[in-house]
Each structure stands twice: as structure tokens, then as C-alpha cells.
Design a protein around this ligand. Structure first.
Ligand code: PLP
Length: 394
């Protein structure tokens, strides 16, 4: 294979060398348990505190409000199921139709168990009508709102500050899945008063297997994993020190480098988008292009299958995805693209390009060279085309 161009960074990212180096001593000489009473354990506990302080600086909260978890799926489940367990069937849960399965599935499980659960619709650019949120919150007691900060498939950024204000106005608890914004746009929980927030290390250059929750002081929640006293009794289990230290390093790198990185990512992404639009006919950009993550581009190539595009590009060393990584493998069109009402001729042909700090302009040029012939060849084989009667597919 000539080369690898990795444009699938919303699925996972490469571990930064600085992160790996920070982790290594915790596999070797610094292997103690931070809960042990001896001085060696105390030394590890001080590293744990330092890591918690670094993550807290990244989110602008206090260290006690940070809980380390195994991944964002755990954080999302802990926030949603922990709140529902605390308030019982009095909880009304409001989420959106375009959440990651890590939010949608626990919400749907709770619905099957008799909780009141609402999934708010989105419009054709993937945005919410906030009046729908207000209507659903009217007259509620102990409502939990779980709305993602930015969408993993389209990069659409929700107006999270306004959503947080509405939740405050109605006394609702607000959880946000902030997995895709980590390291891409600033997250300040003093400016955006969320009650709970989920993040995942592997989406911003820490390893897989480490996540975090921000839980505002005083938030009512039953612990999701029971056992020891770790993480202020909110999440039991001996702390995964190498990965926690790695996550903290990734937060530090993001805190220091995010502003410059966002400019570079936006420039590469916009060049990729403009290049595709100039070279390929019958293309539509999915999502809200005004409020979008700097690294994400979701494109529908009409009349062909996204899976076929991803497959052919993979042979050329180009890594992209269709739908979310968790949903790919199924041939069903993405629930996010469907929720936006993208027409049939485009819904199956949607693919996501997601960039990172390790991509270069050369990578963009390579994709712009290899992609158009793939699209042309697949279109030549497709039974559909501009002449297809769209009413055939009702
Ligand atoms: N939430 C969003 C928006 C995601 O994109 C992902 C991963 O794709 C997750 C949650 C799950 O993260 P993790 O792999 O850490 O469980």
C-alpha cells in the first residue's frame, strides 16, 4: 500500500507520544495502589491528584468534580442510569434522536422499564428546535436532559449554552456527551453550566479504555459501579493509573494547543470540502456547516453506497467511515442522517472524514486525487442516477 491516510479520528485517534511517555513509569517503577497506606502508595496518590487537577484545569472545575471511568460509554450510562435510579419513575428523560448509542440505548432501556423518555427531533441540518425542549420541560419534576455537545457523525455543534440555560430555568439536571468536542473546541463548565459531562481519552490522543465524568458538586446520582471507596464513592475500582496519567497529559496538550490546532484543522477540512465539491457532482454536505467541529466533514455522494466508497478508499490506504464506528458493520443507513430527513438518494451515500493534528495538507491532496475516480466508477455501476424517479422510493 502506497501510504495510509487516517481520516477516521472521530472513531479513535493515535496516542500522542507525549501521552505514551507520561504513562510509561506507571507500568514500571510507579506501580503502587493510590489507596495503599504506605508512602509508596501515597506517592501514587499524589500523582492521581495531579492528574485530577490537570483535567479540572482543562474543564475549569474543581478536582473533586472529576471522576475517572473506563470510557465514555460508561460515563454516559452512569449519568443517565444513575440519575434515573436516584429519582425512580419520577424522572422524565429528554434526549435527542441523534445521540450516540451510548446515550440512546440506556434511555431506551429506561423507557422499556416504564420511565418517561422523549427523543427530540432535529431539522434538515441536524439542529434542534429549542421550543420543543421547553415544551417537554414544562411542568416536569426531576427531569434529566441528556443532549450531546457535538455530533460524532456530522460534527454539528448544538447551542449548548442556551440548552444549559433552559435546563436551569426549568430546574432540570443537564448531562452532555462532550466526547467529540474534547480537544477541538473549548469546554468551560463555569461558562456552560452543565451538571454532568462525559469524555473519552481515545478521541483526543489518549489511549482507549479511559474516560471521565464531570459531576457538578451537589448533583444527585446513584453510583453506577459499586465496590470500594474510590472516586469519592461515585465509581468503585482501583484507579487505572497509567491511563489516568495519559488522559491528564492529553488534556494538558489540548489545553495548550487547541487554539492553533483548530485553525489548522479547519483549513485542511475546508480545503477537503471545497476540493470534493469542485471535483465530484451530485454531492451534499450533511450537518450545520456554520456550527461544526473544525475537524469533521460529512458528505453524501448521491446514488451510491457509503460502504462501497469506504471499501474502495480502504484499498487505497484511506481510512474513513460511514455512520458511527459502533454502527458500521450494519448496512442500515445512519440514524443521524435519517433523523435529518436526508433524501433516499443521498442517505445511503453518506461518509465521514474526520481529521486530527497528525494529518497534513499532503493527506488532503492524496484524498482529492484518489476519491473522484472511485466515485465516478461506482456511479457508473449504480442502478440509480439523476434520472431516477425519487417517488419510487417511498
Ligand atoms: N459518545 C460519542 C459522541 C462518541 O462518538 C463515542 C464514540 O464513538 C462514544 C460516546 C463512546 O465512547 P467510548 O468509546 O469511550 O465508549
Amino acid at each position: 500500500m502506497e501510504r495510509i491516510v487516517y481520516f477516521d479520528n472521530n472513531a479513535t485517534t493515535r496516542v500522542a507520544p507525549e501521552v505514551r511517555n507520561a504513562m510509561m513509569p506507571f507500568f514500571d517503577e510507579l506501580y503502587g495502589n493510590p489507596s495503599s497506606m504506605h508512602a509508596f502508595g501515597g506517592q501514587i496518590a499524589s500523582h492521581l491528584l495531579k492528574a485530577r487537577e490537570e483535567v479540572a484545569a482543562f474543564l475549569n472545575c474543581s478536582p473533586e468534580e472529576i471522576i475517572f471511568t473506563s470510557c465514555a460509554t460508561e460515563s454516559d450510562n452512569a449519568a443517565i442510569r444513575g440519575t434515573a435510579e436516584y429519582f425512580g419513575h419520577e424522572t422524565k428523560i429528554i434526549t435527542t434522536a441523534v445521540e450516540h448509542p451510548a446515550v440512546l440505548k440506556p434511555c431506551r432501556r429506561l423507557k422499556a422499564q416504564g420511565h418517561s423518555v422523549v427523543e427530540l427531533p432535529v431539522n434538515s441540518i441536524g439542529q434542534l428546535n429549542l421550543d420543543n425542549l421547553r415544551d417537554e420541560l414544562k411542568g416536569t419534576k426531576n427531569a434529566l436532559v441528556s443532549i450531546m455537545w457535538a455530533n460524532n457523525e456530522t460534527g454539528t455543534v448544538f447551542p449548548i449554552e442556551q440548552i444549559a440555560d433552559i435546563c436551569k430555568e426549568y430546574g432540570a439536571i443537564f448531562h452532555t456527551d462532550a466526547v467529540q468536542v474534547a480537544g477541538k473546541i473549548p469546554v468551560d463548565v463555569k461558562k456552560v453550566p452543565v451538571d454532568m459531562l462525559s469524555m473519552s481519552g481515545h478521541k483526543f490522543h489518549a489511549p482507549k479504555g479511559i474516560g471521565l465524568m464531570y459531576i457538578r458538586k451537589g448533583t444527585k446520582l446513584k453510583p453506577f459501579i459499586l465496590g470500594g471507596h474510590q472516586e469519592s464513592g461515585r465509581r468503585a475500582g482501583t484507579e487505572n493509573m497509567p491511563y489516568i496519567v495519559g488522559l491528564a497529559k492529553a488534556c494538558e496538550l489540548a489545553r495548550l494547543g487547541m487554539a492553533d490546532e483548530a485553525i489548522k484543522l479547519t483549513s485542511m477540512r475546508d480545503r477537503l470540502e471545497a476540493g470534493i465539491l469542485a471535483r465530484c457532482p451530485n454531492v451534499r454536505i450533511n450537518g450545520d456547516t456554520e456550527h461544526r467541529l473544525p475537524n469533521t466533514l460529512n458528505v453524501s455522494f448521491e446514488y451510491i453506497e457509503g460502504e462501497a466508497i469506504a471499501y474502495h478508499l480502504s484499498d487505497l490506504g484511506i481510512c474513513i467511515s460511514t455512520g458511527s464506528a459502533c454502527a458500521s458493520g450494519s448496512l442500515d443507513p445512519s440514524h443521524v442522517i435519517r433523523a435529518m430527513g436526508v433524501p433516499f438518494i443521498a442517505v445511503h451515500g453518506s461518509v465521514r472524514f474526520s481529521l486530527s493534528r497528525y494529518n497534513t495538507d499532503d493527506d488532503v491532496d492524496y484524498v482529492l486525487e484518489k476519491l473522484p475516480p472511485v466515485i465516478k466508477n461506482l456511479r457508473a455501476l449504480s442502478p440509480f442516477g439523476p434520472e431516477t424517479d425519487p417517488t419510487t422510493f417511498k
